[in-house]
Ligand binder design. Structure first.
Ligand code: SF4
Length: 355
């Protein structure tokens, strides 16, 4: 069986050719799958019955199945999704004024071991496949159409859910191709952001192959502190990471977003802020300050609003664009660093899941 949400023009054409169908049926098939979000060939009503039957024997359905939908008091929705092998991942829909952002997972768990992140506690179970990444977006579009006021469409996609997306680049790149192509979901690359802890060669490959935006999670301003908080620093030092950022093939007028999760007494002093200013010298950068969100077993302390704005002030005073990202969905463990696939493990999609 061929996974339906990994179809591209080449595989669709070879599929219809194998079934003895004319080439234009491939375009129809792609339009059904991505534009009309219909995964079951039996429902592709303008295809002849024989074509529907033939495709039905070759195409597998969606690779992600809704297990649970939770809604935060701030309107954020967390979708727990079950994969074919029973593993759970999470995607988060975040409404904000005229935007509806989907935070997408790229792995089951994560190998990077950042000490301030709940996903790290799971370790890496496996990479997501192309159809599991694209399937999350298709399912979220469906959920948005049903539940958002006036059936809003997704406006932005951020790869900031479970996993390090650049650790799974071989699936990420074809998935981005499907998300952005006119024959696929047709989402503008400008509205897609990939966040990384700083896998240096993969950052370059991403920007050479796509036009998406890059976010780098920085986490600390000294090698020593970053090694402690983000073990990836042992492989790519802070100095190497920043040097790479200076020479990346960034499109004109694009900036790299540096995410900085503030941890009380760890990385939140004015001295840290001044060091950050110096580190970013010569890089087209903006900084996103993030409140740390607690999870069971973690022993960090969330930084106060006052300290966060004090840190921000130092950056602004030195000409660095810096914003504070408000936590969204913390009451349903949907905020940054809290995703850990905690939904129960039924064997079939939960009957009370409304998606
Ligand atoms: S912050 Fe991102 S890269 Fe680090 S452990 Fe969590 S999911 Fe992995």
């Amino acid at each position: 069986m061929q996974p339906v949400h990994a179809l591209d023009p080449a595989s669709a054409e070879s599929l219809v050719a194998d079934l003895g169908l004319p080439r234009f049926r491939a375009d129809q098939l792609l339009a059904w799958v991505y534009r009309r979000r219909v995964a079951d060939p039996r429902d592709m009503t303008d295809l002849p019955a024989a074509a529907r039957d033939g495709l039905g024997t070759r195409l597998g359905g969606s690779a992600v199945h809704p297990a649970r939908l939770e809604q935060s008091s701030d309107g954020t929705r967390k979708l727990a999704l079950r994969l074919g092998d029973g593993e759970l991942i999470e995607s988060v829909l975040i409404p904000d004024r005229d935007r509806l952002t989907l935070c997408v997972s790229s792995q089951v768990g994560c190998a990077m071991g950042c000490t301030f992140c709940a996903t790290a506690r799971i370790g890496l179970k496996r990479h997501l496949r192309v159809e599991e990444i694209v399937g999350q977006v298709v399912l979220a579009q469906e959920a948005a159409a049903r539940f958002e006021p006036e059936a809003r469409a997704l406006t932005n996609i951020v790869f900031m859910g479970m996993g390090e997306p650049l650790h799974n680049l071989d699936a990420l790149l074809p998935a981005i191709d499907i998300l952005t192509s006119p024959w696929g979901l047709g989402i503008s690359s400008r509205r897609i952001t990939v966040s990384t802890v700083g896998l240096v060669p993969e950052m370059r490959r991403l920007l050479e192959s796509t036009k998406v935006s890059l976010a780098v999670s920085l986490g600390a301003t000294t090698e020593e502190k970053r090694r402690e908080l983000m073990p990836v620093t042992r492989k790519y030092s802070l100095a190497q990471l920043l040097e790479a950022c200076r020479t990346l093939p960034l499109p004109r007028r694009k900036r790299i977003t540096f995410e900085y999760t503030l941890l009380d007494g760890e990385n939140d002093s004015d001295e840290d802020a001044r060091r950050l200013v110096a580190l970013l010298h010569g890089i087209r950068a903006k900084v996103n300050l993030i409140y740390w969100n607690p999870f069971p077993g973690a022993d960090y302390v969330r930084v106060s609003q006052e300290r966060t704005h004090g840190f921000q002030r130092v950056l602004l005073d030195h000409g660095i664009a810096a914003s504070v990202r408000e936590s969204r969905g913390p009451d349903i463990a949907a905020a940054c660093g809290q995703l850990a696939g905690r939904a129960p493990k039924p064997t079939a999609p939960s009957p009370d899941c409304p998606v």
